[in-house]
Design a protein around this ligand. Sequence first.
Ligand code: 9YT
Length: 141
Amino acid sequence: MIIRTLEEIQGSEREVQAENGHWVSRRFVLDGDGAGFSFHETIIKAGTETHIWYKNHIEAVYCVAGDGEIEDLKTGEVHPIKDGTLYLLDQHDEHLLRGGKADMRLICAFNPPVIGREHHDADGAYSPHPDHDQWAELRKR
Ligand code: 9YT
């Protein structure tokens, strides 16, 4: 069993800040923990907009505080997000994530797992996991 607290993650290698200051990610579970997924708390700052396109990952996101919205860039649909809302990027959906009036506190799971200190690239993606092809094959079953 592994026990970790927010207090010990803050300020450690497991805390990653977006270069533009729009979000901070606390990575409670990473690839090296061997769980098969990574598990993060992400704070999306109020009033920000972030372009995200996880071409190499599936991400589930559950909001537990704050407010915001997600715009699906394929359909143009905009969905409000508040405490109790989940979205699953099961189609590698390109989107804009906007913080509302209060910072959003999001709980996120990634498959395949994030490895360490990944930052968004110019397209809003993270690099593929080294075993990406294997993960993609498993998903087809
Ligand atoms: C919700 C979201 O995708 N935010 C960007 C950061 C990401 N969740 C992470 O690495 O924790």
